[in-house]
Design a protein around this ligand. Structure first.
Ligand SMILES: Cc1cc2nc3c(=O)[nH]c(=O)nc-3n(C[C@H](O)[C@H](O)[C@H](O)COP(=O)(O)OP(=O)(O)OC[C@H]3O[C@@H](n4cnc5c(N)ncnc54)[C@H](O)[C@@H]3O)c2cc1C
Ligand code: FES
Length: 260
């Protein structure tokens, strides 16, 4: 983990409100694994000292990219970042997805920008599995070509039915899981809290392993401020607080104590 002054290579709209920011960031890219994130100081954002966390989408050949959605003040200001600008990042941060027990039949579940770390994951493993990509509309469905070019099976759902199957991503996941009797697919998921919880609950009930990337508001991003804590059950059964930025953001579903 280090602070790096990264130079912006390209910055393009990739669909809907989503942009890909590609950086020359050789030090950070070199050590990055899927599921880790960078904490980015938004240039020219007056009055804000806080950085913003973004999953690493790609890290190869000295380049690192993120895929982000404009949702508020910081991401709106990011839209003005131009090629040649310098962007201050800290990274790679967090633990990353465990990949050593991925098995023969993995399933990825992504909501919105949650596809970013899962696309990175799919490119780092030899096995081909199934990926469910969900969003509110077709404008939220990204990276389909990434997975298809790697030989993964892609299933798309949108809440308004504008692309793929109409409904929630977990409905399509349920139908698929019902066909996988006798196997124990390892799950990897990234997306909004409600989706993560639904995926995790299903996996825990079925006795499957599910690695979830938690999405918490962050302050420091490096374990010092406790802005990002989550209740996690330890090996002794006792519930305590863990820092999503430092101990996570990836936790196995069965140890997460969700808020009521
Ligand atoms: C580990 C991690 C990885 C992430 N990866 C990505 C990514 O790859 N691409 C991407 O677009 N975003 C990602 N995010 C979310 C991203 O950090 C926030 O969208 C961003 O910080 C919002 O900044 P803002 O100033 O534009 O929004 P603000 O003005 O601060 O907030 C605007 C709205 O977004 C909500 N919001 C702010 N932060 C978060 C958050 N962390 N999770 C959910 N809602 C939030 C606020 O509650 C508010 O409703 C990630 C977050 C975490 C913790
Ligand atoms: S954001 Fe400061 S401890 Fe996690």
């Amino acid at each position: 983990m280090q602070i790096e002054k990264a130079i912006v290579r390209t910055h393009e709209l990739v669909g809907g409100d989503y942009r890909e920011l590609v950086l020359d960031a050789s030090a950070t890219a070199a050590g990055s694994v899927p599921g880790q994130f960078v904490h980015l100081r938004v240039p020219r954002l007056d009055g804000s000292v806080l950085r913003r966390p973004f999953s690493i989408y790609r890290a190869r050949d000295g380049r690192l990219s993120i895929l982000y959605k404009t949702v508020g003040r910081g991401t709106k200001a990011m839209e003005a970042i131009a090629p040649g600008d310098t962007v201050d990042i800290i990274g790679p941060l967090g633990n990353g997805f465990p990949l050593d027990e991925i098995g023969e039949n993995p399933v990825l579940v992504a909501g919105g920008y949650g596809v970013a770390p899962l696309s990175f994951l799919a490119g780092e493993v030899a096995v081909k599995g199934t990926v469910f990509i969900g969003g509110a509309t077709q404008r939220d469905i990204l990276c389909v070509g990434d997975f298809e070019s790697l030989g993964w099976t892609v299933q798309i759902t949108t809440e308004d039915g504008s692309l793929g199957e109409k409904g929630l991503v977990t409905q399509a996941l349920d139908a698929w899981l019902a066909e996988q009797q006798g196997t124990a697919p390892v799950h990897y998921a990234c997306g909004p809290d409600g989706m993560l919880r639904a995926v995790g609950d299903r996996a825990v009930a079925a006795g499957h392993t599910a690695w979830l990337s938690l999405d918490k508001h962050m302050g420091c991003g490096v374990g010092a401020c406790l802005a990002c804590v989550q209740k996690i059950r330890g090996a002794d059964g006792r519930v305590g607080w863990k820092r999503v930025c430092k101990d996570g953001p990836i936790f196995e579903a069965s140890v997460i104590e969700w808020d009521a």
